[in-house]
Design a protein around this ligand. Structure first.
Ligand SMILES: Nc1ncnc2c1ncn2[C@@H]1O[C@H](COP(=O)(O)OP(=O)(O)OP(=O)(O)O)[C@@H](O)[C@H]1O
Length: 394
């Protein structure tokens, strides 16, 4: 963290008038109903700066609102990749049966998706009170935070936390064919996914992106401790390897049948091979990477960006246009449409070597799922309010 940034946060805190902050009202309201307050610090998110920031600023910040650690709020530092999911299932979901839970989350998109999935089963039951979450963006891409303008100044989201108000996080569900597995531990492990309770169909919820092809590949390939050291550059490094692989082949042409649904009708994309299939509820996948320029903060729309096989230079050109304010969607070669759902039948047929699996990797909000040979996924908008996120005032 740059010294200048530290000073800007400290300066903001010194000048903060807590009486005029909407957080004052929110905290008073939550405390009057004995609602619990939690701070969750994802210590390995991004380049690992969340813990340092927490220690320097958060207890001091919360003390301004008469909140003391232990008495008024509980702090949780992640101990493993499953800490946030476990907290959501074992603590927050139970409390949310009757109370408004308030969570300050120092993490990237991964912390949000873990909360969503840990709470989703409870959220579909009567009496559930959606927790309010304030995110301080300490991840690599922070897509949800950038798209909802949470971190539009230099206070790491503290200004939004003080002056913003809660809004439903629009979500989608992704159902997978039964053999799909969650890829963890830098691609070395394959874990079971949660299932719908009634039928053995693996199911995940997302609030940012579901992709297959080039995007999923670079997220998957760059999710190693070695790549993570490079911060946001890790995506560009992985992109270069995917576009100009060392075996001299061009970028992979992903084989499958892709259908989108709109107004109750399923339409097949008229192409057997693809480079990029990406459904998203947000505008920005990174601060400057505007994948869906028509999406407005938390507008509840699901949009699809897609294109067929292209040479490496052309794929790179499309990506650069996305970095240039989202101009790629005006290209004739790029499909961009509002959808209600997405279905993919994977036709990548090799399963003897790693490559079959490799080309059937799907990304849901940064998580990587390997789908089995002849498998499928189905993405659908879900109207349930699982979480509310504090977003800036208009
Ligand atoms: N103590 C820990 N031990 C092991 N893994 C951890 C620990 N803390 C966090 N993680 C993992 O690190 C990852 C951090 O994800 P998160 O999305 O918050 O950050 P990011 O991937 O850098 O950002 P973004 O998703 O915004 O690009 C998650 O997979 C999380 O489970």
């Amino acid at each position: 963290m740059a010294d200048e940034t530290k000073d800007q946060v400290a300066e903001f805190l010194d000048k903060l008038d807590v009486t005029s902050a909407s957080l004052r009202t929110l905290v008073d309201n939550i405390r009057s109903k004995s609602g619990p307050i939690h701070v969750v610090v994802s210590i390995l998110a991004g380049t690992g700066k969340a813990e340092e920031f927490y220690k320097k600023h958060i207890p001091k910040f919360l003390a301004k609102f008469d909140l003391k650690q232990g008495d008024d709020y509980t702090t949780h530092f992640t101990k493993s990749a499953t800490t946030v999911t476990e907290l959501a299932q074992e603590v927050f979901a139970i409390q949310a049966r009757s109370k408004q839970v308030f969570i300050i989350l120092l993490s990237g998109d991964g912390g949000i998706v873990d909360l969503l999935n840990g709470l989703a089963a409870s959220a579909h039951k009567d009496g559930y009170v959606p927790p309010i979450v304030a995110v301080l963006p300490f991840g690599t891409a922070n897509a949800l935070a950038h798209s909802s303008r949470v971190a539009s100044d230099e206070t790491f989201g503290l200004s939004t936390l003080c002056h913003g108000s809660p809004k439903q996080v629009p979500i989608f569900s992704v159902q997978f064919s039964p053999g799909a597995r969650l890829v963890t531990d830098e691609g070395r492990r394959y874990d079971e996914l949660p299932q719908t309770s009634s039928i053995p169909i693996p199911l995940l919820y997302g609030g940012v992106v579901c992709s297959w092809g080039f995007h999923a590949a670079i997220v998957a390939d760059s999710d190693t401790a070695e790549f993570r050291k490079h911060g946001i550059e890790r995506f560009k490094m992985a992109a270069n390897e995917a576009l100009w692989p060392s075996n001299g082949k061009g970028p992979h042409e992903y084989v499958g049948d892709v259908y989108l649904s709109r107004n109750g009708k399923w339409i097949k994309i008229p192409r057997e091979k693809h480079s990029y299939i990406l459904a998203t509820t947000v505008s920005n996948l990174e601060q400057k990477f505007v994948i869906s320029p028509a999406s407005k903060p938390m507008d509840g729309s699901l949009r699809l960006v897609h294109f067929g096989p292209m040479g490496a230079d052309d794929v790179m050109k499309v990506m650069m246009q996305a970095y240039d304010g989202g101009k790629h969607v005006d290209e004739e070669t790029v499909g961009y449409e509002t959808i209600d759902g997405l279905w993919i039948d994977f036709k990548e047929d090799s399963d003897e070597d790693d490559d079959g699996q490799r080309w059937r990797r799907v990304c849901v909000d940064g998580k990587i799922i390997a789908v089995e040979k002849d498998g499928w996924i189905c993405v659908t908008k879900d109207p349930t309010t699982v979480l509310e996120l504090i977003v800036p005032p208009r």
